[in-house]
Write a protein that binds this ligand. Sequence first.
Ligand SMILES: [Zn+2]
Length: 239
Amino acid sequence: MDDARGTAVYAANLGWRDVPLRALLSERLGGVPVALGHDVRTGGLAEGRIGAGRGADRFLFVPLGTGIAGAIGIDGRVEGGAHGFAGEIGHVVVRPDGVPCPCGQRGCLERYASASAVGEAWAAASGDPAAGAADCAGAVAAGDPAAVRVWREAVDALAAGLVTALTLLDPRTLIIGGGLAEAGETLFTPLREAVARRITFQTQPSIVPAALGDTAGCLGAGLLAWDLLNPTDRTEETS
Ligand SMILES: [Zn+2]
């Protein structure tokens, strides 16, 4: 997604390549201005401005779901990068020469710490093919040693990826969302400890759960539209 040009550069699920979606929509709607945003960055915009990162001048939003993505928040807007790929923390390599990723690299963070990866690891360890990440979190809370091993591995990989990101970006607030974050303190307590163990000179950001859930994307789309019509209001809202 190239947010600035309003182009859907590549959408694997929809089979789109270089679709000038903003122009097409605006034309079909009789010239109404249209804002277009990448789903995770748009959700991140909402979390940063009116959700868990409210008031943070620099934040990083990382949803842990089927995969792992990221939104880099700077002064009330989200950085998309030169080509629309900024924030793809799920494909930061945390285990060199590790398991293959569909992106073509090996050892990507999302192969170890997404809700899907944790679910798969726990299904294999527990012998229950239907078990998912939430079942693993429940077993961890109940003190199951096999679940604790699976969980620890995921948290360790996640901390490695996040420390790379915070070394580069120095965010004030790190917002973790998606299915895995629903584990609450079962995730956040060991994650804060694992990040604290790894950092040396960096300042540990506050690590908090996302606040807006599934509505973040819709709220963020509303904010994009708001900004489009009121470009000068933005700084006021973040203060
Ligand atoms: Zn990858």
